[in-house]
Design a binder for this molecule. Sequence first.
Ligand code: CTP
Length: 407
Amino acid sequence: MLAGRHILLIIGGGIAAYKALDLIRRLRDAGAEVTPVMTRAAAEFVTPLSVGALAGREVITELFDLSQEAKMGHIELSRAADLIVVAPATANLMAKMAAGLADDMASTLLLATDKRVLLAPAMNVRMWGHPATRRNREVLEGDGILFVGPDEGPMACGEFGPGRLAEVPAIVAAVGAALADGPLKGRHVLVTSGPTHEPIDPVRYIANRSSGAQGAAIADALAGLGAEVTFITGPAEVPPPGGVKVVRVETAAQMLAAAEAALPADAAICAAAVADWRVAEASGQKMKKEAGGLPDLRLVENPDILARLSTPGPQRPRLVVGFAAETERVAEHAAAKRQRKVCDWILANDVSPGTGIMGGTENAVTLITAEGAEDWPRMSKRQVAQRLAMKLAEALATGSGASGGSI
Ligand code: CTP
């Protein structure tokens, strides 16, 4: 799956560095060439000898090693790779990257590269949760850096929580997604996902039960076919997949702004359960019960992101796909929705209580296009995502089914 691909693997200094040995092995099993780079701290956890032996090549350690620099300069090294992977990515490495520091070989390579960078963070749970690391992650996500993990679970330091290095097969899969040579290579697709939270006051909000599972599965499937995915997510239960550019938002207004900022895109899939209304004037202070009687909340309608993205114009993605959750006359209501919002396709699902679809792992959808309705058999949300991604690749390649833009 990775035959002929060249990966520059930067190993940071953390207890999870030993897992980089297995990662090198799995990447090579998948056909990749791996050039390992170790920070000074990484060499305290695993020896350059073991890393070099598994990689089958010399380990790059320090920026000012003249013999290495003479063979291949650090600029060239950072550009020769197809992808740079940082595993484990420590809090320190993330902070250096976010600040643009280049004070050793690893950080210099990361600053000099023009290639995509995938981080697999691993650190103590408190370090991962620290506001500084959260800030850095946001900055890096904004810069287009890809992430896989961290996972949640027991840690080497005896604590429990998010911060464990993602499992090696998940990192290899994220590498595959970032390098995928599939039918969507060179295409940019934006996906909205999850619920939105609309503030009432600083502590209360209007929300819905969307888990974000279908949107995450779609983003994952698109990336697997080689697309560059911008994944715009509200506060969802299901974490974003690895290998996609993540933009985190809270409200519908922020989601719309993020979607517009992500244009141009070849296609847009609106899988988010956007709150239809927001409170007209959210209170700046926490509302108190004593203030007299029940609060009078005036609601106003949120912007319709799907309809906005579908509006004809030079920035319109060639294919815009929406979802419709219906409980009766599914195909008929969904077809009307497709026309109202001027999108190209609608994936309609029957969310009547008996179906178990809302919050479940399966979905039964009807695809509504200009040509008519196509019932898909009941399948997992992951399979729905795969099928949609394949269909989208086909439509972009042939120009069929899309109404916007030039095809
Ligand atoms: N959508 C959106 N922005 C909104 C509301 C909805 O982008 N402010 C998108 C959703 O992501 C989804 C589709 O529009 O793709 C759903 O349309 P919506 O009108 O909300 O339909 P339903 O949820 O099915 O509800 P209703 O039938 O009540 O309109």
